[in-house]
Design a protein around this ligand. Sequence first.
Ligand code: TYM
Length: 382
Amino acid sequence: MFKEKKDRKSNEMVVTPWEVSGTIDYKKLVKKFGTTLLSEKEISALDKYSEGNLHLLLRRGLFFSHRDFDWILKMLEKGVKFSLYTGRGPSGHTHLGHLVPWIFTKWLQDIFDVELYFQMTDDEKFLFSQKLSFQETRDFAYENAKDVMAVGFDPKKTHFIFDSQLTSTMYKIAVEVANRVTFSIAKAVFGFVNESNIGMIFYPSIQAMPCFLPSELKGSNVPILIPAAIDQDPYWRITRDVAPKLGYYKPAAIHCKFFPGLAEGGKMSASEPDSCIFTTDTPNNAKKKVMRSYTGGRATVEEQSELGGEPDKCNIYWYEYYLFEPDDNKVNEMRSNCLAGKLLCGQCKKILAEKVKQFVSDHQEKRSKFTDEMITKMIIKE
Ligand code: TYM
């Protein structure tokens, strides 16, 4: 359905909204995509707004790149508030990687007290997967929405867009966008080919639409900030080209790197359920997955003591570093003890496994408070 994978070198970096593979060099990716690394200036502005409580995901560099985030900050200085926009393609249950941008988005909603528009692309996953029925993706959209709300968003300021329930305003915006994007641009950005179905070709205008919806609903231009992993950036490229033609602001974006899976090299694969933690795993199963994870450990205890471990290759270390260990001293200690061969992988796994078990159990408790009816009430209907 896309350009062929022919002639790819085995570890070639591929980052598209549908495929992330190879060894990712984020500096190269930023250059290739034309985005900008977050600078000290933007980070210290966020530090100030959060009164010194900079989020771990930012402090430790998982969020690392942006488009026009400096402009969002300038507008704030002028007293112009932005709205947040993010989303999910409901192709299955939610995993820890999906939660990462949502956790960060919630932090932004708390600090700036702003509205969030959350898109559930049940159409996208039906059109692109070719394996799931439209009913299945629509059902997953409700399940995933409960995970979104379990992250703790303010229900009064959070609005869902379910693509299978588009309103006339949403459709009007999508058609205006589609009218300004040629097939040759869509092909160049997304790699569509003759075999791509025509729904796929129209779809990018649907993902662009929420960037302009708040302005339409309010009747005046609203700056938009999109927190997401960098795989979604191709969408914002075409949306930003179209925005001035329609009289809207260009959406700004803040990008994260990919939170690793549990397989070797931090890989996460939908066909390997053990390679990531799902929010629907039983807490005990989540714990077992951590215990089975790939680490940067040596072949034997003797070698580990002699040569030391390799934290940079270790999924356990990155889980602690990015999400599960907020204390800088503890995480530094873990790193230096590992490098010095004073720590065995089993010890680290045990500590993280307990944290992940607790995290999944807490998340499920929060998730269970949301019903389909509650989600339905939060879907924009006009
Ligand atoms: P989807 O469902 O593939 O992913 C949902 C969100 O999770 C991010 N993500 C990750 N972030 C960190 N580490 C990972 N390992 C990881 N895997 C996925 C994605 O970047 C995304 O933010 N087409 C979109 C749905 C969508 C959307 C949006 C996403 C519609 N509008 C606006 C972001 C912003 C999709 O299929 O996302």
